[in-house]
Design a protein. Structure first.
Length: 296
């Protein structure tokens, strides 16, 4: 079977990371061009307007979210194409057809993450209040500890759902809500332990390196006074998050479908609808729908 990203069997977590690195290396030109579309203007803005007023930050946030939504879909297209590596232009044109769905999925995913963080705070307050008799320090410590444990137990799985929902929406052509529903179902099929480990690995290979890059570059800027390094910082963090992060999320999404709904996917391919995920000769993802099991 000619499956997207070459995922033709269930993979272990190290194999998922290895496959993601291989795809990123082989398609680095397309992926780098897509990342530069978002990274260059923001990098320039950070260099020349280091102390942005709140109004300017909010004003830039809207177009930035729009650009990220378009680029996220384009990266998924570039990763999933199987016949040939699409150009950045081809990936962008193909992703434009699913732009609204990707934007809605990103907004829902971010809202879900904020909700989980807010619930952790509420849990901290509720648990800490009964211990207020111990004094404010003791109550805060107990409440914060309980909230942190709960947060760490749930949040990696939430990040996994958010990460695999975008590829589902792009490749399986479903609505944002349906994409999140399918993502939750597949995460549930994986079980808490595997979903937690997948989410943790996402953090380990994307967010953690981005945070380290940001901290290291900020320290270097303070020491050297070279504000131009903010441009490099922006590009590096975008390469890790917007580029490689979506590559990993796409491979995870396809792997989970192959693992838990392989019979459905094979049936779709056998009936000649594989173009929805395998792409045309130019490497773009077709507009033909590929339905997931249980998506009806």
């Amino acid at each position: 079977m000619n499956l997207p990203a070459g995922v033709d069997r269930p993979l272990s977590i190290p194999e998922i990371v290895d496959r993601s690195v291989t795809l990123a290396v082989r398609r680095w030109r397309t992926l780098l061009f897509l990342v530069l579309i978002e990274g260059v203007p923001i990098g320039i803005l950070r260099v020349f307007v280091p102390e942005r007023p709140v109004a300017l930050t909010l004003l830039w946030l809207v177009p930035d979210v729009i650009i990220v939504a378009l680029l996220s879909g384009a990266v998924v297209v570039a990763v999933a194409a199987t016949v040939a590596i699409p150009s950045a232009g081809t990936a962008l044109r193909t992703a434009a057809h699913r732009f609204g769905a990707v934007l809605g999925t990103l907004l829902l995913g971010w809202a879900l993450q904020v909700l989980i963080a807010a619930l952790a705070f509420v849990v901290a307050v509720l648990i800490g209040l009964p211990f207020a008799i111990m004094g404010p320090i003791g109550a805060v410590a107990i409440g914060a500890g309980a909230a942190l444990i709960g947060f760490l137990a749930v949040f990696p799985g939430v990040c996994l759902v958010s990460a695999i929902a975008v590829p589902i929406v792009v490749l399986e052509r479903v609505s944002p809500w349906k994409g999140l529903t399918i993502a939750f179902r597949r995460a549930g099929n994986a079980g808490w332990r595997r979903a937690w480990l997948l989410g943790l690995s996402l953090f380990a290979v994307t967010l953690a390196p981005a945070l380290l890059i940001g901290f290291g570059m900020d320290t270097l800027i303070e020491v050297t006074g070279l504000s131009g390094l903010k441009f490099a910082e922006e590009l590096l963090t975008d390469v890790v998050t917007l580029g490689f992060g979506i590559v990993v999320g796409t491979v995870m999404s396809i792997e989970m479908r192959v693992r838990y709904e392989g019979a459905d996917l094979e049936a779709v391919l056998d009936h000649g609808e594989a173009s929805a995920v395998s792409g045309h000769a130019n490497g773009a993802v077709s507009s033909a729908p590929t339905r997931s099991a249980g998506s009806e």
